[in-house]
Design a protein around this ligand. Structure first.
Ligand code: ADP
Ligand code: MG
Length: 248
């Protein structure tokens, strides 16, 4: 069981951004991709979730033996993939509770109904775990949310959907100390509650220091240029990305 990416090339508006990505994330492992701004990290996460603006020109991606690139966005989610975007979308007029309930319902086996009591019980338990106020549920999805609130919301979604593979894009950027703590708590809770894998994408090392990262990858100019264990986090912390950029 794993997420396998082989020689993945992808274009955005005719320009090649991903230039041959190779990556394997076995189930249960935590991997981090670090890299400077513009190196293609968000592009990789969008390609994996099936965003229509990103064109795969070469390569493969397999999720537990299923061809990910052949699947619709919906099918990818049902297969257990979860993506928290760097810039989450707003959904005016839809309450957070209804949004989360629909998302959970969509992942239930066919014909099974998610009843309100079960839903709210689960929702409130997870919110308490993250220290989130109840009023959060009645607000429209991400509308007027601060950066920290959006990220908390995504972590809440992740805990509710309980995906097999979760990709978190820049989950820590622009967050204050409390929000980073909530996000870290959420990631830890996810690690405890599920046997899922995590791919954490970040340009800063802040959130990684508190997490049990199995492997760290450095992405520069659309390629993974180095893979190592968590010691790489410290290396980047001290020296930045310059050494990897000049070697590229
Ligand atoms: P990172 O997340 O590592 O900072 P991105 O994947 O966001 O990098 O961007 C990589 C490159 O692709 C950048 O040069 C960016 O301008 C370009 N790019 C990404 N998405 C788009 C898009 N939707 N339209 C045009 N250019 C894009
Ligand atoms: Mg990005």
């Amino acid at each position: 069981m794993s997420l396998v990416i082989k020689n993945l090339h992808a274009n955005v508006q005719g320009t090649e951004i991903l230039k041959g990505i190779n990556l394997e994330i076995p189930k249960g492992e935590v991997h981090a991709i670090m890299g400077p701004n513009g190196s293609g990290k968000s592009t990789l996460s969008k390609v994996l979730c099936g965003h229509p603006d990103y064109e795969v020109t070469e390569g493969e991606a397999w999720l537990d033996g299923q061809n990910l690139l052949d699947m619709s966005i919906d099918e990818r989610s049902r297969a257990g993939l979860f993506l928290a975007f760097q810039y989450p979308m707003e959904v005016p007029g839809v309450s957070n509770a209804n949004f989360l309930r629909a998302a959970m319902q969509a992942r239930m086996p066919h014909g099974e109904e998610l009843d309100a009591v079960t839903f709210y019980k689960t929702l409130y338990a997870k919110m308490d775990q993250l220290g989130m106020a109840r009023k959060f549920t009645s607000r429209a999805v991400n509308e007027g949310f601060s950066g920290g609130e959006k990220k908390r919301n995504e972590v809440l979604q992740m805990l509710l959907l309980d995906p097999l593979y979760a990709i978190l894009d820049e989950t820590d950027s622009g967050l204050d100390v409390d929000a980073v703590r909530t996000v870290s708590k959420g990631i830890e809770a996810y690690r405890k509650q599920s046997k899922g894998s995590l791919l954490i994408i970040t340009h800063s090392t802040k959130i990684l220091e508190a997490l049990p990262v199995d492997y760290t990858h450095i992405m520069v100019n659309g390629k993974i240029v180095k893979t190592s264990d968590s010691s790489l986090i410290e290396e980047v912390n001290e020296n930045g990305f310059a050494a990897y950029e000049s070697a590229e």
